[in-house]
Design a protein around this ligand. Structure first.
Ligand SMILES: Nc1ncnc2c1ncn2[C@@H]1O[C@H](COP(=O)(O)OP(=O)(O)OP(=O)(O)O)[C@@H](O)[C@H]1O
Ligand SMILES: [Mg+2]
Length: 474
């Protein structure tokens, strides 16, 4: 853009000769020229058509150049127009006054054409440069504002995004929890089903033969007792038997046989009795397939579980065995899913045995390894079962995660880390009870199971049914 294209110079002078000279010179130089012959008309013109620069005579009739200048500077629309005063050569007071009023320059009369043109050109250029800079400034400001707006928008977007990430993470964590629960329940169902089937199968297979062994031992005992009596009678009545009989008596060591046979039979009877008891415990333990709440004897459940675990309590290395102390209170029959509660006893007792075994194996034991089982009624509504061991206890860190699925401190292959989390679900969610752990590291652990004696009728169906095991969202 050529600056001169839109450059208008307003000449204000009351002397027509001056106007003409300046006007010609400026027009020749390519400026557009406007003229006014006094201050008032100059001010009026300026309102409609803002010039690029004003050449202003000082001495005029009406309002003089200074006053015109003051008014131009007082008006926001015109204050930036550069003003060059035209003054007499000798009058230096006027020059100073003009500059102090805001004029950019002065030219002296009589005019030197070249000087006028040079000064006008310099100030027009300055003015145009200023305008260009101002425009650029405005532009920059706008750009800056846009940038700030964009940054703010971006910030909001980022915040929004972060919020969404947080929400989504929470959702995912929640889903993960549900899935883990589902997995636990599936494993639990699987474990229970397999264990239950196995135990029930074994119990069934062994039950009949052991029953007739046990029943017949009893009769055999009688018969043998009678036979031995008869032999003894023979020995008394016929103190001198034939040679052959005497030989046979020696061969079979009859006197030892008579002494040993009853002992042998009674130990066989004890063995059969023990097998029969274990079978009973198995059946009792595998009651899980009964899919309804049952009114059961909690102590019977604990005893059956202990019976099954018997092999783990006796004859440890270092000749140490685990002592069981029962402090059973008088409990009413409790309404619960017997099979599942037995599973809880099994999990907690197994953990206690694991903890004690570890100490025994490492020969760190100075006191008698003991599991104390304490039961009582609480507030007439609950039964509380405490299973307390004097093992090494549980660190604070581990206590926080005890009931988490898959949390285990046992070596791979030994523990799955599901025992307590399954027990927790059975006690808390399926029986509306509570399962807590109290442990001071180094001083053993105590697990407290609290379950209501009676359940609300409506919860009965879902409580033990297999569908509740399979459905993770129950
Ligand atoms: N009586 C206890 N004494 C010391 N630590 C215990 C005791 N009971 C539980 N724990 C700790 O809690 C952890 C979790 O127990 P949980 O029964 O859930 O899993 P696990 O016994 O490791 O494996 P499994 O699934 O075979 O039962 C154990 O690994 C053990 O560190
Ligand atoms: Mg366990």
């Amino acid at each position: 853009m050529h600056l001169h294209d839109t450059t208008v110079v307003l000449i204000v002078d009351d002397i027509p000769a001056n106007l003409e000279v300046l006007s010609d010179a400026l027009t020749d130089a390519g400026f557009e020229v406007a003229v006014a012959t006094n201050g008032e008309s100059a001010l009026k013109q300026v309102e409609y058509n803002i010039p690029t620069l004003i050449l202003l005579d000082v001495m005029m009739p009406g309002i003089d150049g200074f006053e015109t200048c003051r008014r131009l500077k007082a008006n926001a629309n015109t204050k930036d127009i550069p003003i060059i005063f035209m003054t007499a050569l000798s009058d230096s007071v006027d020059k100073v006054r003009g500059l102090s009023l805001g004029a950019v320059d002065y030219i002296t009369k009589p005019f030197q054409q070249a000087e006028v043109l040079a000064r006008v050109q310099v100030h027009v250029q300055l003015r145009n440069a200023t305008i260009a800079m101002e425009q650029q400034n405005i532009h920059l400001k706008q750009e800056n504002e846009q940038r700030i707006a964009a940054e703010t928008a971006l910030q909001h977007l980022t915040q929004d995004l972060e919020q969404r990430v947080v929400e989504r993470t929470e959702e995912l964590a929640h889903t993960l929890q549900i899935l883990q629960k589902a997995q636990v329940q599936l494993v639990q169902a699987e474990k229970l089903a397999t264990l239950g089937q196995l135990v029930a199968g074994i119990a069934h297979e062994i039950n009949n033969p052991i029953n007739f062994i046990y029943a017949n031992i009893h009769h055999a005992n009688h018969y043998i007792h009678d036979l031995l009596k008869l032999i003894q009678l023979y020995l008394v009545q016929y103190p001198h038997p034939t040679k052959d009989i005497e030989k046979s008596i020696k061969e079979i060591d009859l006197y030892f046989l008579i002494e040993d046979l009853p002992k042998l039979l009674s130990s066989m009877e004890m063995g059969a009795q023990r097998i029969s008891n274990i079978v009973k415990s198995f059946r009792n333990f595998s009651r899980h397939d009964e899919s309804e709440l049952k009114i059961v004897d909690i102590h019977e459940g604990i005893d059956s579980t202990l019976n099954i675990l018997e092999y783990r309590l006796k004859e440890k290395v270092n000749n140490q065995s685990i002592n069981i102390v029962k402090k059973y209170g008088s409990l009413p029959q409790v309404e619960c899913c017997a099979g599942k509660m037995n599973q809880v006893f099994m999990n907690i007792l197994s953990n206690a045995i694991d903890a004690l075994e570890e100490l025994i194996i490492n020969d760190k034991y100075f006191i008698f390894p003991t599991i104390l089982i304490h039961t009582e009624v609480l507030e007439a509504e609950y039964v509380v079962i405490r299973i307390i061991d004097n093992g090494l206890g549980i660190s604070e860190e581990a206590q926080k995660r005890l009931f988490d699925p898959f949390f285990t401190t046992k070596p791979a292959g030994k523990g799955t880390g599901l025992g307590l989390s399954i027990s927790y679900q059975i006690v808390e969610e399926q029986h509306g009870g509570s399962l807590t752990c109290i442990s001071n590291p180094g001083q053993g652990a105590e697990f407290v199971i609290k379950i209501p004696i009676r359940h609300l009728a409506q919860s009965q169906k879902v409580l033990c049914s297999n569908s509740s095991i399979g459905n993770p969202f129950y």
